[in-house]
Design a protein around this ligand. Sequence first.
Ligand code: ADP
Length: 610
Amino acid sequence: MVAEQAERAPHAPAVTCDGRTLTYRQLDDRANRLAGRLRAAGLAPEGVVGVLVPRSPELIVALLAVLIAGGAYLGLEPDDPAARHALLLEDAGAAMVITEEAAGPELRERLPGTVVTVTEGDPAQEPATAPAAPARPGDPDRLAYVSYTSGSTGEPKGVGVPHRAVDRLVRGADWVDVHAEDVFFHLAPVAFDASTFEIWTPLVNGCRLVLFPPVAITLEHVARVVRAERVTVLLLTTGLLHQMVSSHPEAFADVRHVLTGGDVASPGHVQHLLARYPELLFTNGYGPTENTTYTTCWTSSTLPELRSVPIGRPISGTRVAVLDEDLRPVPVGECGELYVAGAGLARGYLGRPAATAERFLPDPFGTEPGARMYRTGDLVRWLPDGTLEFVGRADDQVKVQGYRAEPRAVEVELERLPGVRHAVVLPQPDPAGGTRLLAYVVPAEPGPEGNADLGRRLRHDLRESLPDYLIPWAILVRPELPVNRNGKIDRRALPTATRVPRNVPNEFVPPVTEVQTRLADLWGDVLGIEPVGVDDDFFDLGGHSLLATDLLVATQREFDVDLPAQTLYMSPTVAELATALSERLGTAGPDGRADAPGGPADAAGEERPR
Ligand code: ADP
């Protein structure tokens, strides 16, 4: 389908990132050459290829090349720990990984299997070690990609998605109207299936795809790129949408269609957005990875006074049913579990027939032999107008910074670490309107470390294997945990902390100057941590991009200075930020540790990728 666009409009821009653009012809040529190299390296049909490439035109070349070569891509997050990369590659049976040339030999050495590099720049420079592999009509049931979701056993599960499922999302949709002049935006990690919509919808429809540069995501930078590139179709996951509407509503000025999804949308934010831009089309999309990005969508330009934003109707190519425990349809208005069927269904969990059979059931309503339906674990109800309302989860799964998280998976990981007898992980609200994880741990035996030290060490050790969003905000060590009458741990009796002790292993250095003291207090409020030391890193303490926005708003209020988010990324400790702030306030000098070694002398320059 992308090759057809390259035939139709070879010189039309296909991908833009940071000032570099590939036309459809260039994209297709480069992807074909790389596909030839993948085949020459022995890629088998449906062979899984890890793609470890930061957002760049080369990322899109790599993804397309894997598909052309008949393989399935597995998007890896450059920021994730190496152990996580290795685990996913092994679980998916990936024999090959694509990295960028600039990745350096150390990275290439620690990646398992054959490493193929994608080079930046002129298509003519692409090493021609093998003839280009022309795209051929593929089998719609062939695997297109593998996307990992957190599993409750502690083992991530690889969802295998075929081409047919992507086709049903990106072509001829009845819930989004795509024009060739549209400009799409890619921001979501490729490991996450929102990227399926972001990347392939524009490229099979001949639109231009703008990639956010490979740097830390800040709201103001996203807003700037969206406006400068005149993005017209914009998907922001729910948490990001809320914050963008609150802090940078001007970002939507040229946008024609805004889509969200991933978590419960707030009616207030949606109403606010639509009141400001009455022409804007808005979609609340709902769906699990197992049914390819979106399952149901609610598209409108107005939001009536409702207690929630509906998740809408099944999209084209998808059927849904709301069933009770005996798999009987429930009446309108009653809560039931959502089951989904149709062309969007994944093949199942790679290499896990038992887990697949548990969630992908025979479809009693299907007309085709062998039809299956996926049990979502989501509770919903039909509204009288024929749309669906999301009610909640039937299990413990939560969303943390837009990612699916099973608290049990983090418990399993904690219990694997030395010194831990028992771990309980609880979700709780965070001040940015999202959810964060709090862990309670019972030590194996009273060890040489104090409780607080053990908690800090465990949190640090988890970073070796888990992605950032799964690292608990705090790990509180207790000699025992409350039990109920059955002798089971009583999760409800565990206190939900709003403030927890400092949770990083670097030495505590108290604030000295007034600016540092006021800043440390603000950090404590936003992060719920105490005490905060001047050398503590905002992101190590549990900060993330949405909390960064809260901190900057609080800083603005406290000091009456508008700090760009970039400053926090470049100066992520209290001491560094105090110096940056003092410079703005015109009070730099003895107070700001500006001269201290390791201080912010090098603070100018690029944003730090995180
Ligand atoms: P996605 O990419 O759509 O976030 P995931 O597989 O990561 O897919 O997560 C799917 C789960 O996220 C759903 O089962 C549901 O619990 C929740 N979810 C997704 N979209 C919405 C939405 N619009 N409203 C409420 N919950 C949602």
